[in-house]
Design a binder for this molecule. Structure first.
Ligand code: ADP
Length: 140
């Protein structure tokens, strides 16, 4: 198995409900170590650029509004098979379909306000890490 890095966001709905610690605990308990972490309030431009792949989708406007409503925590997580493992720990996009014990099953409010983002492939992980972090912020 390969040591990988993936990108994670603890979204506004979870930060507002004081779930940062509980969510990071899930990552650490499952072998994903934060090697970079910061709290930011995304600008509209940042959020629109980050989710540009979804700009034609009907939920794009609502998604951007939710992501800029209040601060988020952005992280780089490192571990064996980190990209897939993070997706498993997060659970399905819609919390109604998420497995028991996953972050989204336990904490998400709705398909939109679903508490976390995680990269879905090596290419997007690399792009998303670069979007928010410089190389010298990654402390492996
Ligand atoms: P994931 O975050 O699981 O990779 P997607 O890439 O499909 O999911 O969607 C990105 C984000 O857009 C989701 O996490 C969610 O916040 C929002 N979203 C996706 N589908 C919907 C929907 N049908 N209604 C509202 N928001 C949605």
């Amino acid at each position: 198995m390969a040591l990988e890095r993936t990108f994670s966001i603890i979204k506004p709905d979870a930060v507002r409900r004081n779930l940062i610690g509980k969510i990071i605990a899930k990552f650490e308990e499952n072998g994903l170590r934060p090697i970079a972490i910061k709290k930011i309030h995304m600008t509209r431009e940042q959020a629109e650029g980050f989710y540009a792949v979804h700009k034609e989708r009907p939920f794009f406007g609502e998604l951007v509004e939710q992501m800029i409503a209040s601060p988020v925590v952005v992280q780089v997580l490192e571990g064996e098979n980190a990209i897939l493992k993070n997706r498993e720990i997060m659970g399905a996009t819609n919390p109604a379909n998420a497995e028991p014990g996953t972050i989204r099953k336990e904490f998400a409010l709705s398909v939109g306000e679903n508490s976390v983002h995680g990269s879905d492939a090596p290419e997007t992980a690399a792009q998303e890490i670069k979007y928010f972090f410089s190389d010298d912020e990654l402390v492996g």
